[in-house]
Design a protein. Structure first.
Lengths: 795, 187
């Protein structure tokens, strides 16, 4: 049996947010977390979409995304026509406690969501259902309160743990007073909010008592304690938190304004006790899966859809670590919930699976840490712990735990006849598939997401969330006709407001290369919603596409003013700087974006491009290699790495990336482009007369014969050359290399060509058109200069 | 490997000519596995040649044991649930998706023009997934164009005869094709 000198204590506080913690630390109200921050490192932990706790905490414990780990949503089909709370049965990969068990380390795992039924790990496990006090809708009295089957491993510890549980009925008015000073004066039976506090306090206290008991009485190398109470406190009481929200009654505000603060302080008190149970050789890590809006970003209403409360979640949780070999008093940047398991493995000097999406947070260490890798923990035959109750026997807990989720507002109540029960089950399956699709889309796997979304979409019972996601994925996969079909449906049935329809349509129009129409639509949407960050983001991106760098920067700066941690806005300004040739500024903004969201492949990619354009080859290579570890969806990365390694004369790597480029390459295509003029038309006709095939237009250069918006038109190209209008060049994908024959003409000649087609007089001067044509040339030249897969021949 | 050890799968999207292909192969020396549950109708006057058990392939693919040495119709995307322990060869029927959509609408007597792109996308994805499955598991397949099968039946049938090593005379197989049935074509 191994025994680690330096133990690791992991404390999970669901939805903990630095905005609140920082204020309370400054006022001396959270000394325990402050001691970790002062003696260790702190940072923001980026969440992943969808921000739903069971999915997120499983990603924390596995290092992979939901579509890989299998935990989707709050409930799941039980395989017998019913539903049950999401369980450990659905997890498809090993969790950190399994990996540690395989390596001979002992773990205590308490309360992890989801962890029921528990697993026979090397150590002790107490599930998230251990403290449930309900059977169906009814609360069980203390003397009849049984320990649920499958909630504790090993069985020998049940006896010492069962009486540590705190029942909500044991929480008296006096105990609630620190949260609601006037609690005693209120009637607990009348005001359900006091019952909610009692229940959450009881649950949190049970988890804490269990964890401390195991830490004291059981040998351990790793203890993981998870508290869901902070999240539930926040969902129930953040609306009363200062500053007083508009529309909040004075009386209610005064009564409940201290509840969230009380919850944070209580968690800190529990942490203080845990810290007293460990020595200086123990590494302590406190984490949260997402934040919680507590200021002007609090939503004014919660959508009445499944998991609607998640709208209150903020995109960044917390991470604070202290221990031997960990830096002191410093901040770390760019951490994600996917990095927790790789980092824990690195603390134990164990190898990280190459199939994990997360990375070890090497910046936490004082000295450079050697990181080991294996291909996958999944290829190790040993399980590291089996689920203690075979799947077919798990029935008793369902009603109880489901009721908990119904009480919390995450799922709908079900009290209906058989047919409705079937519909309910179908709805649950669809809902989980929706989360699965969202999980794919977040990882830029739009094709996989779209396939699921189209299967679950039901026009007879339209769900605007699914329809919006379909439109987004259709745009991302360049299926514009599909996007339009759904837009028409949404518009016709008035499923979302006009401004949002405008935003969606603008994406389609941009995809169809109609930036002016897209701009008009976004402008109209912004008129109705001037503070909508998402619309400002779209506007900034569009203006970048239209080469209006200043306008784009303005939009992005407005976002940063309202939401200083928005990584996309920093990336957008970086893109504007890149276009203006201000590479140093671009680098700075891309780094700002990455600091806020490390798992942002495009930001790393553009950072690499900016470094490359500054001839800073080593950092450029480093950036592109980061992209390579994050996604295979940006084929240009391989071309850049091939070019860069060739420049720095690293033959081995050049050969490697040449092979990769050849592997992904779909061959070379010859493209003719330029402003549409008589000269260009003559150039192409001349080729055609020599029996050289050129496709792209029929009667004249504006009579396109190829649907350039189709994703795979280049694969199906059956000609020696294709004519691609200048403004469509950026749609050339990264899977091919290109010889571009750029036929240069004067913009005035291009204007004459337009006039000829429109049967206008030659002398007609259209200044707007001239500007537009000039802009097209600038955009095209700028784009071409930044592509690694293009040979340019000017004619 | 002997033909008697291989399962011959006829696949394609619904309404892409899979039943016609089964009718052709029914004229050959190959043995068909079907149960006659789905009876002939106006949309397929010569019959469907289907096996009810195929619909349950996701949960139970044991019927494949009975299909060894025979021909069975399994429409796209269900071949991805084939039991990999058997050996297969596949006749993959291809037809213009627009035609398929029209044919399906006619069969269902339902105007789905407002959902054409949805179904087109789903079908494209199903085709892609099925081809990927065949490629991944090195299952040999031949693409047969429904349009060519009607307009140039001799050449198209020759391809099938070669691929499946059919001994039945071509003329015999050709009798199964009635070009009057080529409706819903895109001009």
């Amino acid at each position: 049996m191994k025994s680690k000198k330096n133990k690791v204590l992991l404390v999970g506080w669901d939805s903990a947010d630095w905005k609140i913690i920082d204020k309370l630390m400054a006022n001396g109200l959270m000394p325990a977390i402050k001691s970790i921050v002062d003696n260790g490192v702190r940072g923001k932990l980026a969440t992943i979409d969808p921000p739903l706790s069971p999915m997120l905490w499983t990603s924390m414990a596995t290092g992979v995304r939901p579509f890989d780990h299998g935990i989707l949503g709050f409930v799941e089909p039980d395989g017998k026509g019913g539903v049950r709370p999401v369980s450990s049965y659905s997890r498809k990969v090993k969790a950190i406690w399994n990996m540690l068990s395989i390596e001979g380390y002992k773990s205590n795992v308490v309360g992890w969501w989801p962890s029921n039924p528990v697993e026979s790990i090397n150590g002790c496990m107490v599930s998230n259902l251990f403290h449930q006090e309900k059977v169906g809708k009814d609360i069980v009295e203390i003397d009849k309160w049984k320990v649920p089957d499958g909630s504790v491993y090993p069985e020998r510890i049940i006896e010492k743990l069962k009486d540590l549980r705190v029942h909500p009925h044991e929480i008296t008015g006096n105990l609630i007073m620190p949260f609601v000073p006037q609690a005693v004066a209120l009637d607990k039976k009348q005001d359900k909010r006091l019952n909610v506090i009692a229940k959450l306090l009881a649950h949190a206290t049970t988890v804490h008592a269990t964890a401390t008991e195991l830490m004291i009485t059981e040998p351990w190398d790793f203890t993981a304690v998870y508290h869901d109470a902070m999240d539930h406190f926040s969902h129930a009481f953040m609306k009363y938190h200062p500053p007083q929200m508009k529309g909040m009654a004075d009386e209610a505000y005064e009564l409940f304004k201290d509840v969230v603060i009380g919850a944070y302080v209580y968690h800190d008190m529990m942490l203080e006790r845990l810290l007293k149970l460990v020595d200086d050789d123990t590494t302590v890590m406190v984490i949260s899966d997402h934040g919680f809006h507590s200021d002007h970003l609090r939503p004014t209403h919660v959508p009445q859809v499944p998991s609607g409360p998640a709208i209150e979640h903020a995109p960044y949780g917390i991470i604070a670590i202290k221990g031997p070999g960990i830096k002191k008093g410093e901040s770390i940047y760019g951490s994600s919930i996917l990095d927790i398991t790789p980092t824990l493995l690195s603390l134990f000097d164990l190898p990280i699976g190459r199939d994990m999406v997360g990375k070890p947070l090497v910046d936490i260490y004082e000295k450079e840490k050697e990181i080991k890798y294996i291909d996958s923990w999944e290829s190790i035959e040993e399980s590291g712990g089996k689920i203690v109750i075979p799947k077919e026997h798990d029935t008793d807990l369902n009603d109880t735990a489901l009721q908990q989720l119904i009480d919390l507002g995450y799922i709908e109540d079900l009290n209906s006849p058989h047919q409705e029960a079937e519909d309910y089950l179908k709805g649950i399956i669809n809902e989980n598939n929706f989360y699965l699709a969202k999980s794919y889309a977040t990882a830029a796997k739009y094709e996989e997401a779209l396939e699921i979304l189209l299967e679950i979409e039901n026009k007879a019972k339209p769900d605007f969330r699914i329809l919006i996601e379909i439109i987004n994925c259709a745009v991302k996969t360049k299926r514009f006709k599909l996007a339009e079909e759904y837009l028409n449906f949404v518009r016709k049935n008035k499923l979302i407001n006009n401004a949002y329809i405008d935003v969606l349509e603008s994406k389609v129009q941009l995809g169809l290369n109609n930036p002016k129409i897209a701009h008009k639509l976004l402008k109209s949407a912004l008129n109705e919603n001037p503070d909508a960050l998402e619309i400002l983001l779209d506007m900034g991106r569009l203006l970048n596409t239209m080469m209006d760098s200043e306008g784009a920067i303005q939009s992005f700066e407005l976002i940063i003013k309202k939401d200083p941690d928005n990584p996309y806005a920093y990336h957008g300004i970086g893109m504007a700087c890149l276009q203006k040739g201000q590479y140093e500024d671009a680098i700075s903004y891309f780094l700002d974006a990455i600091d806020r969201l490390y798992h942002y492949p495009l930001a790393h990619f553009h950072l690499g491009e900016a470094f490359a354009l500054m001839k800073m080859y080593e950092p450029a290579i480093k950036s592109f290699e980061v992209v390579e570890t994050m996604t295979q969806n940006i084929p240009k990365v391989y071309r850049w790495l091939f070019d860069l390694y060739e420049i720095i004369e690293n033959q081995e790597k050049t050969d490697r990336y040449r092979k990769l480029v050849n592997y992904i390459s779909r061959g070379q295509r010859k493209i003719i482009t330029g402003l549409a003029t008589e000269k260009l038309e003559f150039y192409i006709k001349n080729l055609r007369e020599k029996a050289i095939t050129v496709v792209g237009f029929d009667k004249h250069l504006y009579d396109f014969s190829i649907d350039l918006s189709r994703e795979n038109w280049l694969d199906e190209l059956d000609a020696e050359y294709a004519f691609v209008p200048l403004n469509y060049l950026p749609s050339l994908n990264g899977f091919h290399s290109y010889q571009i024959y750029f036929v240069e003409s004067k913009k005035e000649d291009a204007m004459k060509y337009v006039h000829k087609i429109n049967r206008l007089k030659d002398a007609t001067i259209d200044l707007g058109l001239l500007n537009e044509l000039e802009n097209q040339v600038i955009v095209a030249n700028s784009w071409i200069s930044q592509q690694p897969n293009i040979d340019l021949i000017r004619c | 490997m002997k033909t008697s050890e291989i399962i011959t799968v006829v696949t394609g999207l619904p309404r892409s000519g899979t039943s016609l292909m089964m009718q052709i192969l029914n004229k050959s020396n190959l043995e068909i596995l079907s149960d006659g549950v789905r009876e002939r109708d106006i949309n397929n006057p010569e019959g469907y040649f289907e096996l009810e058990a195929v619909k349950g392939i996701v949960k139970d693919n044991a019927f494949l044991n009975m299909a060894v040495g025979k021909v069975v119709k399994i429409v796209v995307p269900l071949p991805v649930f084939l039991d990999k322990s058997h050996s297969y060869r596949v006749v993959f029927l291809r037809r213009d998706i627009e035609e398929i959509l029209r044919s399906q609408e006619k069969m269902l007597n339902k105007d789905q023009t407002s959902e054409r792109e949805k179904f087109r996308t789903i079908y494209e994805m199903h085709l892609k997934k099925t081809y990927s499955f065949f490629d991944l598991h090195k299952i040999p397949y031949i693409n047969i164009s429904y349009k060519e099968l009607i307009s140039d039946r001799e050449n198209e049938l020759k391809k099938i005869v070669d691929f499946l090593t059919i001994s039945t005379p071509l003329e015999e197989l050709m009798t199964a094709i009635n070009s009057d049935l080529y409706r819903n074509k895109v001009n």
